[in-house]
Design a protein around this ligand. Sequence first.
Ligand code: NAP
Length: 341
Amino acid sequence: MAELKNRRWLLAARPQGIIKESDFKWTEAPVAPLKDGQVLMRNLAFSFDPTQRGWMSMDTYIPAIPLGQPMRAGAVGQIVESKRNGFAKGDLVQGLLGWEDYTTSEAEGTFGIQKLAPGTDPLMALSLLGTTGLTAYFGTISVGQVKAGDTFVVSGAAGATGSVAGMIAKVKGCRVIGIAGGRAKCDWLTGEAGFDGAIDYKNEDVGAALSKLCPKGIDVYFDNVGGEILDLALARISNGARVVLCGAISQYNEAQGVAARPPRNYFNLIFHGARMEGFLVFHFARQYPQAIAELAKWHSEGKVKNKLDLQLGLENAPKTIIRLFTGANFGKQLLKIGDPQ
Ligand SMILES: NC(=O)c1ccc[n+]([C@@H]2O[C@H](COP(=O)([O-])OP(=O)(O)OC[C@H]3O[C@@H](n4cnc5c(N)ncnc54)[C@H](OP(=O)(O)O)[C@@H]3O)[C@@H](O)[C@H]2O)c1
């Protein structure tokens, strides 16, 4: 095979505060010859996830990205060369790859690569039928235990996970209220996404709006943001409520990470016999096939929409990750650098 050039973004610095473009370094180098047991993938599309801020900073549920190594991302690629049994040229694969044109991998399992069915849409596999759609599914159904008639409130509601969580709760017969930043996002929630109400946390009094829209209290609160909004929701839970701890993006840029602002109104869990439970989507890995089938069915029926925010070009990866933390993204943040062949 002719020598391939690899353009790559390496992690240059651990972020201080919000991620900066200077936290990454652009390099170009030839692809090294493949060894036995390895596969070489041409990367097609990358997922952008708030958890990457953690991977850039410290060991979390996986080790931190070493400085000087390619930035790690959920991605779909296509195999261009294989020296590994079970993988062949042309196969589509998904896994934790790098911000680069080509990734060499020998890993398998939860944090390695998995084969996708031929003809899979890479963008769908990285959104509704990937991590964020599955997180919404298990967070709402398995952790949130939603039932018809519940008042369901979700923060980060116009994002990848929050929007799908709210639409699933609608499928299950809940009254759904979303909290998101800006009028355009809120209008989309009550329009296209079919929510019953939306609160613009950047321009409204969130506590007053929650009291008005949830007069009997909140039965399920799906939390993507933590901080002040979590406290305001905890102050309004109903008896037997479920508080789903999915993420806390308002805390990710703080020096002390998610411990920066502990919840203040947790005592309400005691008064209301309520439950607050965290989860990682990987905890439900065995149930992915059934969840993917159900999400695909709801999508084909028009009940659950898959709103994408698609950027283009590897050179734009650093600018794209920053969008998650400024709220510039509207729907699932993806970046495409190629098409399957
Ligand atoms: N537990 C798990 O396994 C798991 C898996 C995937 C994701 N998550 C978590 O789910 C949450 C959503 O992730 P996602 O991938 O779906 O991203 P996303 O919601 O599509 O994008 C992030 C959104 O967060 C909002 N945001 C940013 N800074 C904020 C702040 N200071 N306060 C309030 N909102 C803020 C922005 O929306 P606005 O314009 O509305 O501000 C932005 O669009 C994150 O907390 C993530 O860590 C957890």
